[in-house]
Design a binder for this molecule. Structure first.
Ligand SMILES: Nc1ncnc2c1ncn2[C@@H]1O[C@H](COP(=O)(O)OP(=O)(O)OP(=O)(O)O)[C@@H](O)[C@H]1O
Length: 348
């Protein structure tokens, strides 16, 4: 049972096997039968295995992995579109897996909203009517007013009477986002929502989402196969491979302490200076030693810290979280942290 009132989503011991006799193979998978073996010997597909994940309320959790790793299968368990072969999906003391059809319908309608990669807009409805759609079917009196509010919030004011085909991909996805937000659902499921967009538009959408989230504090589950997107958006990142969870952590943990060679390879090309924060590499200030005459913020990223320090001609700085002294930092340590150890080793 998850803690009452927290509204975290807890995925427990989840297994999904595709095939007519799925249930008969769970024990063998638990005992170590691999995806390839299950396929070869029994012609069943192992979708997910041994998934345990807490999706915290009010945060962005990114589920990342390559094609076929099980991302879509996992997200569909959260709103009960797929039944697991074994396991639980707990929310507010209920298990989505064992909900009655009525409970499940209410849960989906009231608690969840989806944003799709292909936008899934209704072509014969205007932007306004697309955003108001979910509210219209619920017969909500202030549907239009609320839709206009969200159209404004995603920066589409003036486009209310346009049809989807008259909009660029990025604008269509803003409509998709506004529609999901208009539903006022606590849980937002975003399946490769920005993957079809050009890189710059994609970054724009990420910024819009982050900005809105500052205020909305939704429980967002965001699927992507793009590590940069995962690192930019995710408060928490869960990496899947062949249906198994390889590592769960925040961006810094994953970049600095990859759990295995697979993840290490994945994060190898990452721009570490944009991910690692000053507080992560600050060393405790030595008692009695004078503090440097320059201060940086604990949560500033190393590339910005390095730039500020260089500009100011300082090689050392205090790291402060508000008033609290976290420690000190110097330029050699920053440069050291910005270089991937694997690359450093190959150049020694
Ligand atoms: N209905 C199904 N029947 C059989 N196998 C399935 C079914 N749905 C998914 N799978 C298999 O489960 C595994 C995980 O698929 P899933 O679509 O969840 O991966 P994904 O990470 O979302 O991939 P993509 O990024 O390509 O969408 C794959 O091996 C896939 O072939």
């Amino acid at each position: 049972m998850n803690k009452a009132g927290t509204h975290d989503i807890e995925i427990r011991d989840l297994y999904k096997i595709f095939g007519p006799e799925a249930g008969q193979h769970v024990e063998a998978v638990k005992a170590g039968l691999t995806k390839a073996e299950l396929n070869d010997r029994h012609n069943h597909v192992l979708g997910l295995q041994d998934i345990n994940l807490t999706i915290p309320h009010g945060r962005i959790t990114v589920i990342m992995g390559l094609s076929g790793s099980g991302k879509s299968t996992l997200i569909r368990h959260i709103n009960g579109l797929i039944q697991p072969t074994a396991g639980q999906v707990l929310y507010d003391g209920m298990d989505v897996v064992t909900m009655t059809p009525t409970q499940l319908r209410d849960f989906r309608r009231q608690k969840t909203a989806m944003v799709f990669q292909k936008f899934a807009l209704l072509p014969h409805r205007t932007v306004l009517r697309n955003v108001a759609y979910g509210l219209d079917i619920r017969g909500m009196a202030e549907a239009e007013e609320r839709a206009r509010h969200w159209i404004d919030r995603v920066g589409l004011q003036g486009y209310e009477d346009y049809y989807p085909r008259q909009l660029s991909g990025g604008m269509q996805q803003r409509v998709g986002l506004a529609r999901a937000l208009a539903n006022d659902a606590e849980i937002l499921l975003m399946d490769e929502a920005f993957s079809a967009l050009d890189p710059l538009i994609r970054m724009d959408m990420q910024s819009i989402l982050l900005e809105l989230q500052q205020e909305l504090r939704k429980t967002i589950i965001f699927i992507t196969h793009d590590l940069d997107e995962a690192l930019r958006l995710g408060d928490k990142i869960a990496i899947l491979r062949d249906g198994a969870m390889e590592q769960v952590g925040n961006g810094q943990e994953i970049v600095l302490r990859p759990a295995n060679a697979y993840i290490a390879e994945f994060v190898r090309e990452v721009n570490r200076g944009r991910i690692i924060e000053a507080r992560t590499i600050a060393t405790p200030a030595t008692q009695g030693r004078e503090l440097p005459d320059f201060t940086v913020k604990a949560r500033s990223k190393l590339d910005l810290v390095a730039r500020r320090m260089t500009k100011a001609g300082m090689s050392e700085a205090q790291v402060r979280d508000g008033e609290v002294l976290v420690g000190t930092i110097d330029l050699p340590a920053i440069l050291e942290a910005m270089v991937n150890p694997a690359d450093a080793a190959s150049d020694d």
